[in-house]
Design a protein around this ligand. Structure first.
Ligand code: ADP
Ligand code: MG
Length: 702
């Protein structure tokens, strides 16, 4: 149960005056929420910049092009003439050094008169411009009287916005939300408060939303850092709670004598790489230990994680227990089973797949065989965690691409057995500091080297103006029997407004089909699973040679014979995504080529990204460059990048805080594992505020 103290913060934003259904919709979009955001979501939406309105020159001294706040007397109004309603409403005002014109377009009748009453003194703030030699402010940002200006610092926060949402109305909503902030208990320990020089949560929120100094909104200052620490602490505490649960001593151990594993290794058409071997050995060792395994197997795309996962499953099958492998998408689950099934079969291991697609009798059969222990390894999607999917004796949960799964899903899978061991596969190379953020304290195995025989990928950037040459090249490649991916960013133009010029996969498909006939296929995210598989299957079987695709092929798709990839609008993709996409080629023994088609002119960031991707295929290096690049392009030092899944903490600014939050979380659980005391109560508040409360039910389960 959420502490009632927090209720005011969990009220919907629509409870604020001036926030109606239209704002609700915009705010959902802005704050990426499926439901009406709550006040807490507003408060955790931090400014990206500030406007400094403290300059208060006389009109004569005001510098054109700068933001100024003028103290003026209103002399005269000139509303638009009746027959020309589109003319601006002009207000003539002055101080003892000169005149200024305040210009309002499309103002409601009477509005400006009320805002700037004749003969009165007002403070008017905005960017000063010269127009025909006369100082002018068009649509002043603020018009204040004596009383109102006394309350303001003269520094206004600027927030990330979304089309249609006015800065002023967002600011007002946030200011109102701030008023509703209840007194909150302190959940950070006094030592950390002192060491990091943190303000209280109330002060932190107030100062970032109502800055007193220009620097107050910077992520590296104490106010933002305090909030980042809160967010990281909530994350680490949740992970630590899960870990405490998972790390309870396990009774019977799960590693067998190796007979299945040996048979699988014998059946492999290749030799395991040294890092595959040592990962498999580390896992086997974990499985023997009297505590549960929590291991992350990290390896770049194509590094061969699937076979390591299969060996882990085989180890538990050797003692008659079961394993589950959960993937985030159907394509990936099918990919796994395709690799796994033939090897498992030859070793005498029984495997099956369960996704949303298996229905009716087929599904019932699988569920029955699973419950009777006739399946050793079940591969699947979220379908694995449905209530009626019961194992006879689940001993190992393997989760692929785990950062796409929430805590809930992780727990749901591990709760289907007794003391289930956990192996996480991650294809996204995450720099070490970040591993902690997403997975907490885990043992890590890395697959650093690529399987032997891999050819380097020749990557080139080509302007879109040379697309004809590219098409000719693709034609020649098809002629000689090569398999080609053609990646486009979007399926339909309606998917994202304002991106009409982006190439549409369907259109590109039609164009290429005209040229190359039925050797062209199309897959995109909006197709049915079976349809996608059918096309992928045709591609793998060389029935089609050219596959037009959206980023659905980004993760895990494995057609080793494909050697060419064209990526359209490459400048639009992030580094990690380009790397993942390109990882679909260069998987076989033939040399591969990747062409990055870009539209000119290229921005600095896009240029830098394309350079990195051309220079290296090392996923870890790319991940690091990505972090560096995303840290740039900032105004006033306000970083634009974030940690996925984190709203406030930034990897490049708060890296230090990640380990501190981890240590604090571990100390907390050592002192008060049930979060019972006064501080425990406060920490529960923290978990709710940052939506990490999923871990709370675990405390009772101890
Ligand atoms: P990922 O780590 O991206 O999941 P996969 O497990 O899908 O990689 O493996 C990619 C490809 O490499 C597969 O076709 C697999 O059969 C092959 N492979 C895996 N290990 C080796 C190896 N040691 N030598 C050669 N090929 C390998
Ligand atoms: Mg894979």
């Amino acid at each position: 149960m959420r502490p009632s103290l927090l209720n005011p913060l969990f009220a919907p934003v629509t409870s604020l005056p001036g926030v109606g259904p239209k704002q609700d919709k915009l705010l959902r979009y802005l704050l990426s929420r499926d439901e009406t955001p709550r006040l807490v979501d507003l408060l955790l939406h931090l400014p990206s910049n500030v406007v400094d309105r403290r300059a208060r020159p006389k009109i004569r001294d005001a510098v054109p092009g700068t933001v100024v706040t003028l103290e003026v007397t209103v002399d005269r109004h000139r509303p638009p003439p009746p027959r020309n309603a589109r003319a601006p409403h002009l207000v003539y005002a002055s101080d003892d050094t000169g005149d200024v014109v305040l210009t309002f377009f499309r103002a409601k009748p009477g509005y400006v008169e009320k805002l700037l009453p004749m003969g009165e003194k007002r403070y008017v703030s905005g960017t000063l411009q010269m127009y025909d030699g006369i100082p002018q402010i068009v649509h002043p940002d603020r018009v204040l009287d004596e009383e109102a200006i006394a309350k303001l610092s003269g520094i206004d926060p600027v927030y990330p916005l979304t089309e249609g949402l006015a800065l002023g109305s967002l600011r007002r909503a946030i200011a109102q939300a701030l008023q509703k902030l209840p007194p909150l208990p302190e959940w950070i320990s006094p030592e950390v408060m002192r060491r990091c020089n943190f303000p209280s949560i109330a002060e932190a929120l107030t100062r970032v939303h109502q800055p007193v100094e220009l620097t107050d909104v910077l992520p590296d200052q104490p106010y933002w850092s305090r909030l980042a620490f809160d967010e990281l602490l909530a994350g680490q505490l949740a992970l630590a709670l899960i870990r405490a649960q998972l790390r309870r001593p396990a009774g019977v151990r799960n590693a067998g004598d190796g007979h299945l594993r040996n048979r699988i290794i014998d059946a492999l058409p290749y030799a395991l790489t040294p890092s595959q071997r040592s990962a498999a050995a580390a896992i086997a060792d974990d499985l023997k230990q009297p505590v549960r395994m929590l291991r992350l197997l990290q390896g770049d795309v194509g590094s061969g994680k699937t076979v390591v996962a299969l060996l882990a499953a085989a180890a538990v099958a050797e003692v008659g227990k079961q394993a589950a492998l959960m993937a985030p998408t159907e394509i990936l689950a099918r990919q796994h089973i395709k690799t796994i099934a033939p090897l498992a079969e030859r070793a005498g291991m029984r495997v099956a797949i369960l996704t949303g697609r298996e229905k009716g009798k087929e599904r019932r059969d699988i569920v029955t065989r699973l419950a009777e222990g006739e399946i050793d390894l079940l591969v699947g999607t979220h379908a694995l965690i449905q209530d009626d999917v019961l194992f006879k004796d689940l001993a190992l949960a393997i989760v692929d691409e785990q950062h796409r799964f929430g805590v809930r899903e992780r727990l749901a899978l591990t709760s289907k057995g007794e003391a289930v061991d956990v192996l996480v596969l991650s294809a996204t190379p995450i720099p070490r500091t970040l591993v902690l953020t997403y997975f907490g304290d885990m043992d890590i195995s890395e697959l650093r080297e690529k399987p032997a025989g891999r050819q380097p990928i020749d990557t080139r950037a080509v302007p879109i103006s040379r697309i004809e040459e590219v098409m000719d090249g693709v034609g020649r490649a098809l002629q000689s029997g090569k398999l080609v991916y053609w990646i486009c960013p979007l399926v339909e133009e309606s998917e994202a407004e304002g991106t009409e010029h982006l190439t549409n996969a369907t259109k590109r498909f039609e164009g290429l089909q005209k040229r190359f006939g039925d050797r062209v296929g199309l897959v995109h995210g909006q197709m049915k699973g079976t349809e996608k598989d059918r096309v992928m299957g045709q591609f793998a079987a060389h029935e089609i040679g050219l596959l037009v695709a959206t980023t659905v092929v980004e993760v895990g798709v494995d057609v080793p014979a494909a050697t060419i990839m064209v990526i359209e609008n490459a400048e639009r993709f992030g580094l990690a995504q380009l790397h993942q996409l390109r990882g679909r080629i260069g998987r076989g023994s033939e040399a591969s080529t990747c062409l990055l088609l870009y539209s000119e002119p290229l921005g600095e960031m896009s240029k830098a990204r394309l350079k990195v991707i051309r220079e290296t295929t090392d996923g870890f290096r790319i991940a690091e460059e990505d972090l560096k690049l995303r840290g740039e392009g900032d105004v006033l030092g306000v970083r634009q990048s974030g940690l996925p899944g984190y709203r406030i903490a930034r990897s490049e600014v708060h890296g230090q805080l990640i380990t501190q939050a981890r240590d604090e979380a571990l100390r907390i659980l050592k002192d008060d594992p049930k979060l019972k005391g006064e501080r425990g109560e406060a920490l529960r508040c923290l978990l709710y505020l940052y939506e990490r409360d999923e871990a709370i039910p675990l405390i009772g389960a101890g």
